[in-house]
Design a protein around this ligand. Structure first.
Ligand SMILES: [Fe+2]
Ligand SMILES: [Fe+2]
Length: 347
């Protein structure tokens, strides 16, 4: 433990040093200049400061004030040495942050016990701090691991789903990026943006249950086939629901509701307006926008201008006006995502 003793009298310093030397593990540095001692504290944090009150240039009180102000988080204990009649000085020292006092001339027994007690207290406080820090680091590491595993599981689930979906390429990547961007534009928190980024790629996971003959059909679907196709929403919901993971809960909601429409003409519930969760309204728009820009077995890729015009045309119809306007307002950022994650085969 680092002990710093400051007294302008070399004789006093020798007496104090001899007393502190009896404490095992005490590493003592002495100063006759309080100014030099303060400068030293800037590079070496003491575990205990022992200060004389009467010193030239910077007295004990000024030293404490300066020390506590310069190192506001230092909880270093400070003992000040005063003479009997300095009651006012002692009160002021207490207000400034002194921990204890010793009277001059020093009583070696009392001096030794006080110093030993304060050092023991300091030692346990430091140990407690270290323990708290290492526990916090441990919790952070474990939390990060859980998050990484959750993200990896989602990623692998999506890889599995991709094996049989015709919406290949970067569709789900772009859609997730658009959704995160849009949630930011709408003022949602960073945590909510991240949730959407991870949950939206699972919107069509229910297509795992759609027969290939419908899923991969090159031409338009018949009315009966559409009934089955639409079931990918409820199927996706039952695949994802019931989890304690908030991402999977959100993904289940998006899977179920991403084909609902603001005007109530969507499926599977025919919900309208704010009956549809904001996440599903966001995901639904991003899904459609990206599908418009992509080649499908039944259609060519649309130009971005045409796709934006379609979003504008669908305000209040297919899309929530607030969500659609935020999307149109973020046009440049949308285009940047589109360029960055464009599929090679896309026109
Ligand atoms: Fe879908
Ligand atoms: Fe999709």
């Amino acid at each position: 433990m680092k002990v710093v003793i400051v007294d302008d009298s070399p004789t006093n310093l020798r007496v104090y040093l001899a007393i502190v030397a009896q404490i095992a593990g005490a590493d003592t540095t002495t100063f006759t200049s309080s100014v030099e001692a303060l400068a030293y504290c800037g590079t070496t944090e003491p575990d205990l400061l022992i200060l004389d009150y009467r010193m030239p240039a910077l007295d004990g009180l000024a030293f404490i004030a300066e020390f506590r102000a310069t190192y506001p988080h230092a909880e270093t204990p400070i003992i000040m040495i005063t003479v009997e009649q300095d009651r006012d000085v002692r009160h002021r020292a207490l207000q400034l942050g002194a921990s204890d006092f010793l009277l001059k001339p020093a009583d070696p027994v009392e001096f030794l016990v006080r110093v030993r007690n304060l050092l023991a207290l300091r030692q346990s406080r430091v140990a407690l701090c270290d323990r708290a820090e290492s526990l916090a680091a441990e919790v952070e590491r474990a939390t990060r691991e859980v998050i990484e595993r959750e993200e990896e599981t989602i990623y692998r689930l999506m890889r599995a789903a991709e094996f049989r979906d015709n919406e290949t390429g970067n569709h789900i990547v772009r859609m997730a990026k658009y959704a995160a961007l849009l949630s930011a534009e709408l003022g949602m928190s960073a945590a909510e943006q991240r949730m959407l980024l991870l949950a939206t790629p699972m919107h069509d996971i229910g297509k795992l249950s759609t027969p290939d003959i419908i899923l991969l059909k090159p031409g338009p679907l018949t009315a009966e086939e559409w009934v089955i196709m639409r079931q990918h929403t409820t199927a996706g919901h039952s695949m994802l629901e019931g989890s304690t993971s908030r991402i999977l809960q959100l993904a289940a909601e998006i899977a179920l509701r991403h084909h609902e429409r603001w005007d109530g003409s969507g499926y599977p519930g025919g919900l309208s307006g704010e009956q549809i969760s904001i996440s599903a309204r966001i995901a639904g728009l991003c899904d459609v926008f990206d599908a418009l820009l992509s080649v499908r077995p039944y259609k060519q890729a649309w130009s971005t201008d045409k796709a934006f015009a379609e979003v504008e045309r669908s305000i209040g119809g297919h899309f929530d006006p607030a969500v659609a306007r935020a999307f149109l307002g973020a046009r440049e950022s949308v285009l940047a995502i589109e360029r960055q994650f464009r599929d090679e085969q896309a026109a």
